[in-house]
Write a protein that binds this ligand. Sequence first.
Ligand SMILES: [Zn+2]
Length: 109
Amino acid sequence: MTTTKHHPADLTPVTDMEQVRERRAKALLEWRDELGGQWAVALSHGLPNADDLAYEIEVVERSIGDAHPSMFDAHFSEWIVRDAGRLHEPGSTPASCAMCDVAREGGAA
Ligand SMILES: [Zn+2]
């Protein structure tokens, strides 16, 4: 005499995977945003790593585009506008620039 137990477990993984996907997408977006900020600072201050950052941004954007095409489409123009808005003259001290902060605190005396 044998009894077979049915596990309801095979219903749950789908939502787990979806959550993992969403968390990963969010992390990629945040990383893209962080890189965009660093790139704008590097370009504004003539730092030599601007090209490296631009390349890294391209890699992250491609990851987003491959895994989440609709998310990429929704954000792409926003990224361009936001990064362009972050470019500035050194010393014009926008709130979010670490390089300008350093110049203001140390070099300006
Ligand atoms: Zn700056």
